[in-house]
Design a protein around this ligand. Structure first.
Ligand code: ARG
Ligand code: GLU
Length: 710
């Protein structure tokens, strides 16, 4: 029976692992090549990643530290998502020049807008350095000491390699610390906004449709990478020239059929596919629901005020999108894990792992892991809950987190060098301008009342920051907070900064918003972080061992390491899905669907008049599908996660089919448990992107520089 159970479990897990699961390391892709080619791929692993000649990897960048972008012309033209370019579009927007609402198009290079702070990073090379990083450690060494040795080895290795290259050198752990790879990166810092559609296109469906299929979002924006005259990275300078890449992507106008091979090449941020059941259960059924509830309440408040006032709508657009994104995703995770029995599947697998351990004496170190996990995660839970309240309820009170910027200034004494003070003042003046540009006090007051109430009602006194324990009456506290604090008044803050002397630091120390902030930070530093780090320290050792055990149990299986914000290839098929009995999703949507959703009274569903006109005259040009319609978005069974936004989805020939921008809500549990029957990524069809650039915006200058294959 036990044997049967074991083979059944392995069969089940292996079946799950096939078709779609896995985020593969590009330099090791030759191991997947056969499978990829069997699925339809017509290029080689070497065409995707090579250090000997140009390959697709030379066209892929980490965009803005959080998304992926790809180069589509010989002049550094870059595509990413609208929501990835959002902050930079917003930076250039005001009520007079509302690029978020109206879109923006540079009709020649002189009109492109510099974006200070925006960077793109190219991976130039990676190397397996596991042996060099772990040569003097083993699992018997105490964990902190082990980590110290590893850090020391990494530091030395990085210093050695840095002597031989101009690239930035990083070493990152893979397989939960069982392997290490070195990455050589090149970072470009002059990146300019070239174009973006109006939000009615780039964010069509808004937060209502976010994470949901069927989807009709034209989620793209266009940038350009600039370099100095020698092609090297340089900060913004009007004399810089468009960057000439070793490779840019070709664009296919052929579209994709159900069942076609497709792959995504980009920067997935974080997945946790190898967690024990108890951790998955905690995530889906304890932590996520708390964050969902708190954020949901804040979003309700934002909505009420945003609907009343156009200015407030712009001010809170980015904040709303940020909070709303996690809120909705986590709801999907809980639903998905429970509906598709994620915890039970893990338990079933763990049973087979336990049986495997019992088969041999040498496996004893692995045997106790599962029981120890139960214990450790139970210990961790109250701290994780406390942290969830702190970040979602406490730090979302804007006046308090803004006051936090002044924490260092409040510690200034007569001994502090004047130069240091001057620097602080300059950066605080900048932060002040940025904060007040997007601040609306009535929202913040209501958020403060609601969140403090939640905090007090749901966290015991020893699991919340001290200032909360002195509050008798939330309303009275909030009234005096906003009456007494200077952080609600831009003029007062600037005046204070202009006349700052060390003797005035005391005034800051008495400000109730800063007092609250300090109380939260101290609570984190003293009460939450130390026990949490100690437990996490134990857990990371256990997870590393568990990962190693899983790999030993199935030596034939190809394992893929969890995402860690490094470049990965994931592949599958263009495919619809059946989320529920009786429901069958087709793999693509069309412009007809935009017209069906149209509703002039609902902000998310307003259709641009010009788009309507193009629809009415069916003026799609060469961008129409062979069925005559304009395809907007499509789904595929490719394993993706946050960070993959903006990633190219490519066809069997390595040509661009679209830009990945989301996943279907039913499958967002794929960060914890991947299920190829349900998990789908969503991409905007490249033909819709080109149609908008060409027919809608008339930016033929951009079309002309791309490499379009009919
Ligand atoms: N859900 C996508 C992601 O995780 C898109 C988010 C931006 N779009 C939005 N409507 N908030 O990033
Ligand atoms: N929109 C996500 C991002 O910003 C991608 C969606 C996902 O999490 O799969 O990266």
């Amino acid at each position: 029976m036990k044997r049967l159970l074991l083979s059944l479990a392995i069969l089940l897990i292996s079946a799950m692992a096939f078709a779609g699961e896995g985020m593969w390391i590009p330099m090791l892709l030759q191991h997947n090549e056969k499978e990829m080619q069997e699925m339809g791929m017509r290029i080689t692993a070497e065409d995707i990643y090579s250090i000997n000649h140009s390959s697709l990897k030379d066209a892929i960048v980490l965009f803005g530290g959080g998304c992926t972008g790809e180069i589509v012309s010989d002049y550094g033209l870059l595509l990413t998502n609208h929501h990835c370019g959002y902050d930079y579009i917003q930076q250039h927007s005001s009520v007079e020049h509302d690029y978020l609402t109206d879109g923006f198009w540079a009709m020649d290079r002189s009109q492109e807008l510099p974006c200070p702070g925006l960077t793109v990073i190219f991976l130039r090379e990676m190397r397996d350095v596991t042996d060099k990083v772990t040569f003097n450690v083993n699992d018997d060494i105490e964990e902190t000491e082990r980590q110290r040795l590893i850090d020391e080895n990494i530091k030395k290795l990085v210093a050695d390699v840095e002597k031989t290259t101009d690239y930035k050198v990083f070493v990152k752990p893979y397989f939960l610390g069982n392997e290490y790879y070195l990455l050589l990166n090149e970072e470009y810092t002059d990146v300019r906004l070239v174009g973006c559609p109006p939000s009615n296109i780039g964010k069509f469906g808004g937060d209502t449709d976010n994470w949901v299929w069927p989807r009709h979002t034209g989620d793209f924006s266009v940038f350009r990478v600039y370099a100095n005259k020698d092609g090297h990275p340089a900060d913004y300078n009007p004399d810089n020239v468009p960057y000439k890449p070793a490779k840019h992507l070709e664009i296919s106008l052929k579209g994709a059929e159900e069942g076609d091979f497709a792959f995504v090449f980009g920067y997935p941020a974080r997945t946790s596919e190898y967690l024990p059941a108890v951790a998955v259960d905690q995530e889906a059924n304890v932590i996520d629901p708390i964050a969902v509830k708190l954020r949901g309440e804040i979003l309700d408040i934002y909505n009420t005020y945003q609907e009343q006032d156009k200015k407030v709508r712009i001010q809170y657009a980015s904040k709303h999108a940020g909070l709303g994104n996690g809120w909705k995703k986590w709801m999907g995770v809980t639903e998905g894990i429970n509906h598709f029995h994620g915890v039970e599947k893990k338990r079933f697998y763990e049973e087979s792992f336990r049986q495997w351990c019992l088969e041999s004496r040498g496996r004893i170190p692995y045997l106790h892991l599962l029981t120890d996990f139960e214990q450790k995660y139970k210990e961790l839970e109250p701290y994780r809950v406390a942290y969830t309240y702190l970040t979602n309820a406490g730090l979302n009170i804007e006046i308090m987190s803004f006051a936090g910027y002044f924490n260092r200034l409040s510690q200034v004494t007569k001994e502090t060098p004047q130069e240091e003070i001057d620097q602080m003042i300059v950066s605080l003046k900048k932060a002040t301008a940025e904060f007040f540009k997007d601040y609306y006090q009535p929202i913040d007051e209501e958020v403060a009342r609601t969140m403090l109430e939640e905090y007090l009602n749901h966290q015991p006194a020893d699991f919340r920051p001290g200032f909360l324990n002195e509050i008798q009456d939330v309303n009275a506290y909030v009234d005096q907070l906003f009456n007494k604090s200077m952080f609600v008044n831009e003029e007062k803050v600037n005046k204070f900064l202009d006349n700052f002397k060390p003797s005035k630091a005391k005034k800051l120390q008495k400000d109730p918003a800063l007092i609250a902030y300090q109380s939260m930070i101290n609570f984190y530093r003293e009460d939450i972080n130390p026990p949490m780090s100690a437990i996490n320290n134990d857990l990371s050792r256990m997870q590393r061992l568990y990962m190693k055990g899983q790999m030993l149990m199935e030596p034939e299986k190809r394992f893929s390491p969890d995402a860690n914000f490094t470049l990965r290839v994931t592949y599958g098929k263009v495919q619809g899905f059946k989320p529920q009995d009786g429901k069958n999703y087709r793999h693509f949507t069309t412009l007809e669907g935009i017209m069906e959703k149209e509703n002039p009274d609902i902000y998310d569903y307003v259709v641009e008049p010009k788009l309507k006109q193009l629809y009415n005259t069916k003026d799609y040009g060469r961008y129409a599908d062979k069925d005559g319609t304009m395809h907007v978005a499509f789904t595929a069974s490719v394993h993706t996660t946050g960070g993959n936004s903006g990633s190219p989805i490519l066809n069997a020939d390595g040509q661009l089919l679209g830009l990945n921008f989301d996943r279907c809500w039913e499958g967002t549990m794929s960060d914890l448990v991947y299920d190829p029957d349900i998990c789908r990524n969503i991409s905007v069809d490249i033909r819709y992107v080109l149609f908008i650039i060409d027919k809608f915006a008339g930016a033929k200058n951009l079309i002309a520089e791309m490499d379009i294959v009919e």
